[in-house]
Design a binder for this molecule. Structure first.
Ligand code: GDP
Ligand code: IMO
Ligand code: MG
Length: 429
């Protein structure tokens, strides 16, 4: 086993950062394959809480090479700020490698993200306004700038000029916003380039060679299955592929390189931003999940919406990712509840749906059908084996496992790395 993908199985913020940090020791490389600084991964490391947005969660380990793959979009200003913050915390970033083919988030991408959200008004997606969508739009329309363009001033300026030809018109005529000059952008970005250049590499060849040599590579996903551009609750999604297939295109490896796919899911579910959410709770139970689970966004600080675990979403995530294992996080957050509900089906206009419906209207208006399980009403944050968990908590995990049709490999019972129950994680020999 050498290539392992770790992805979010819900709407993001499942605790991917914590689990990456937990297993990182076993790996030689941790590679981000999609998204940008819309991600916010919280890692508690050596008594410190680190919030990572762009840099892979393994950066703290001196034996790991962190890599930002070609499928990512990079805001160089944010990248350098994040590197500076890590260095200030005495975490070296000199090993960081950045794919020459990753795309750059430009200042006008951030402006257009905000402007298009404002224009949508009540229909807004609730993006992180970091320019992610507009950067991927330009990638697809072949108007994007790539990391490698930073190393050639002539090409950089030519490409910025071509992009501004269109962007300035849109900024000014569609949104009434200020425009940019080539010099303005070149001055800013070429200054960043000096610091970024030493990190630029052809990372797909590197990762393929590492896998050839039986080194261990962790492909670290951002966001989650239901935010996937193809499979998520479109248009309330992000603009990349956070599902396992995205690891192949976002790094440049073939599917046969992937030996195991870990899906991370909370013991309940949350989402930030707009869009349908069948099991959302707007009562005091939902409030308690937000308070006890500290459900406030790592990137934007926005309060997350919270609801009961949705078994249909879990099974869907298992299917579209080919999950081999599920990791359940934040089980401790349910410890105060008398009864816990799990969604096992939806009902819409008299029909029952055991799997996600084909039409999103049904998903929007679906009434969740719940099974109720007893709570355990006791602190579980000290439990380190499955057997130490109260019987009701064990039964809850077994119930989720049966519903998702995949084994639960790990259970997190608190934010720190020790607060984890390992059930089937083969450490590196
Ligand atoms: P990510 O984006 O998937 O990496 O998740 P975030 O870091 O945005 O959000 C997860 C939050 O839950 C972080 O603040 C973690 O420190 C915290 N967390 C992770 N696992 C657990 C857990 O098992 N219990 C509790 N109480 N908090 C956890
Ligand atoms: P991590 O990696 C939760 C959501 C935004 C919005 C939608 C589109 O921390 O799990 P975007 O800025 O990507 O165009 O916004 O996606 N979103 C996330 N929600 N966790 C994330 O990342 C997210 N990244 C984007 O809130 O609804
Ligand atoms: Mg997050």
């Amino acid at each position: 086993m050498a290539g392992i993908v770790l992805v979010g199985a819900q709407w993001g913020d499942e605790g991917k950062g914590k689990i990456t940090d937990l297993i990182a020791d076993d790996f030689d490389y941790v590679v981000r394959f999609q998204g940008g600084n819309n991600a916010g991964h919280t890692v508690m490391h050596a008594g410190k809480t680190l919030k990572l947005h762009l840099i892979p969660s393994g950066v703290m380990y001196p034996h790991i090479t962190p890599v930002i793959g070609n499928g990512c979009v990079i805001d160089p200003k944010v990248l350098l700020e994040e590197m500076d913050r890590l260095e200030a915390d005495e975490i070296s970033t000199h090993r960081l490698l950045i794919s020459c083919n990753a795309h750059l988030i430009m200042p006008y991408h951030r402006d257009l993200d905000g402007a298009s959200e404002r224009r949508l008004g009540s229909q807004e997606i609730g993006t992180t306004r970091r320019g992610i969508g507009p950067a991927y739009m330009d990638k697809a329309s072949r108007l994007g700038l790539r990391v490698q363009d930073l190393v050639d001033e002539h090409i950089f300026r030519k490409k910025v000029e071509a992009a501004l030809h269109e962007k300035n018109d849109i900024l000014e005529k569609v949104y009434g916003l200020p425009t940019y000059t080539v010099d303005q952008i070149a001055d800013e970005y070429l200054a960043y380039a000096e610091r970024i250049k030493p990190h630029i590499a052809e990372t797909s060849a590197l990762i393929n060679r590492a896998l050839d040599a039986d080194q261990w590579v962790l492909f670290e996903g951002a966001q989650g299955a239901l935010l996937d551009l193809d499979h998520g609750t479109y248009p309330f999604v992000t603009s990349s592929s956070p599902t396992a297939g995205g690891a192949c295109t976002g790094v440049g490896v073939g599917p046969k390189r992937i030996d195991r796919v870990l899906g991370i899911a909370k013991a309940y579910i949350t989402r930030v931003g707009s869009g349908p959410f069948p099991t959302e709770l707007s009562d005091e139970v939902g409030r308690s999940l937000i308070e006890v689970g500290a459900e406030y966004g790592t990137t934007t600080g926005r309060e997350r919406r919270a609801g009961w675990f949705d078994g249909l979403i879990a099974r869907f995530a298992v299917q579209i990712n080919g999950l081999t294992d599920l990791v359940i996080t934040k089980l401790d957050v349910l410890s105060h509840l008398d009864r816990i509900k799990v969604c096992v089906a939806y009902e819409y206009e008299g029909s029952r749906y055991n799997d996600l419906p084909a039409h999103q209207t049904v998903f929007h208006h679906a009434r969740p059908i719940y099974e109720e399980l007893p709570g355990w009403k006791t602190d579980i944050t000290h439990c380190r084996t499955f057997e130490e968990l109260p019987k009701a908590a064990q039964d809850y995990i077994t119930f989720l496992e049966d519903l998702a049709e995949v084994p639960v490999a790990m259970i997190a019972v608190g934010p720190s790395r020790e607060q984890t129950i390992m059930r089937r994680w083969p450490s590196r020999p």
